[in-house]
Design a protein around this ligand. Sequence first.
Ligand code: BES
Ligand code: MN
Ligand code: ZN
Length: 511
Amino acid sequence: MRYSEQSLPVAVVPGPLQALEADVVAVPAFEGEGAAAAGVLDGAAGGRVAAAIDGREFTGKLGTIFVTPCLAPGWRLQRIMLVGAGKRGGCDMTAVRRTAATALLASRERRWRRLVFSLPAVLPMADEAQAAAEGLTLAAHYTGIYKSDADARPTAVESLITLPEAASTEDAASAARAASRGYILAACSNLARSLANEPANVVTPRAFAEIAIQIAAESGLKVDVLDEERLSGLNMGLLLGVARGSAESPRLVVLRYEPARPASASVLGLVGKGVTFDTGGISLKDPERMHLMKTDMSGGAAVLAAMKAIAALKPAVAVAGVVPLVENMPGSRAMRPGDVVRGAEGKTVEVLDTDAEGRLILADALWYARQIGATHLVDVATLTGAVGIALGRTTTGLFGCPDSWVSLVGRTANRAGDRAWALPTFDDYREQLRSDIADLANIGGRPAGAITAALFLKEFTGGVPWAHLDIAWTAWADEAQPWQPKGPTGVAVRTLAELACTFEEWPARPA
Ligand code: BES
Ligand code: MN
Ligand code: ZN
């Protein structure tokens, strides 16, 4: 795999703008605020900023820009860019992240090398600095890595964040810490995007495990890779059942972060679906969009990348990352519809559809996470098409119990910019998973497909607080936005890493 960091760390510099040297300074501007807001910049732009606002050439709509030369004598900024930040009242970390990303993408396209991003001064300064650093770093990601034309490769843009002039030295120090946190979170999101973008002939279960070993070594995480023999020894018949149809042998990657001085006895268990390619198996998928099933390990990539971020952020709580890795293929030894397989915990499953493979491998992985001590679980998986029918492409499906744990995961996700919304897991849906021959069937029919998939997983959580993020339609952006190109999104990385830092709020384990 060709992974190398494409983003440069984001520095925080004090103002005033006159003192800074750059190709462009990007200044967020809100919708409907009129030319008066342009102030000193308008002077530096020879009146062109106010003219653009008055003439409605630039309206402040999120994702739009206006660029004009900086004419002020003595200034060392070449250009002024207004970046639309949307309505002031709707300004949150997501808006700041998108505004910063829009500015960086626009600069990169024009091959400007040095960008100064000025904070909008609406939210607490540290929140703005973190979100801006995230947006600037996320925008540096590039997906065309197998193109031969070196000229097509984008310019690496060096970006600086500048603070409002009223900022004190303490403000500046806390903004710098927040920006470095944002950089870590976004650079790790980009790692997950790189992994999800790789084709399945490159990222096989074995290759993923090797990358995990390399990342663990670089970041000081403990790592254990279970091969087929050890998985058999643990009786992981659900995971092994899915792997049977492929020539690539399965793996279970286990990463462990242990703080020097834990402040909590809890252990967060993060479990990510790692299907390196999902053909559907004998229940073969339609060919039309099958190539996108190279991204069916996005959950696993999110867990690996979040573990790397956690190792850098160093929360005072232990975290274990578990990634079951298989390729779902229709080989001659593949599982057949109707086969019965048994999981490590002993439960039997009738496999009515071999395309519902994610829940099978996650079941054994959730069990394993508990075996190694997880007291709180979160799994992340490109699990069902049904979640996209319910919530579309912009919102991740959130499930689990108890409510206190699920709502903490939801709040953390929304702050991290990974918007998630809870769907119910009422017990009566479980009827749909009844099998005539085994403990459970692996599909529950079309109605409430994302919910029955979650309820299948719940059977393997042993009553431990558990949340499930179904990212099937949020892991990949089908359409480009001004702040986000088409392709892998890195969804859930920032959520998982930020969640590890909230351990003081975790619910106690039920007795
Ligand atoms: N990996 C797919 C889910 C998926 C669909 C991910 C679209 C990304 C985009 C999963 O393994 C799957 O095939 N799910 C089936 C379940 C069904 C057979 C119950 C589905 O959603 O159709
Ligand atoms: Mn499938
Ligand atoms: Zn799948």
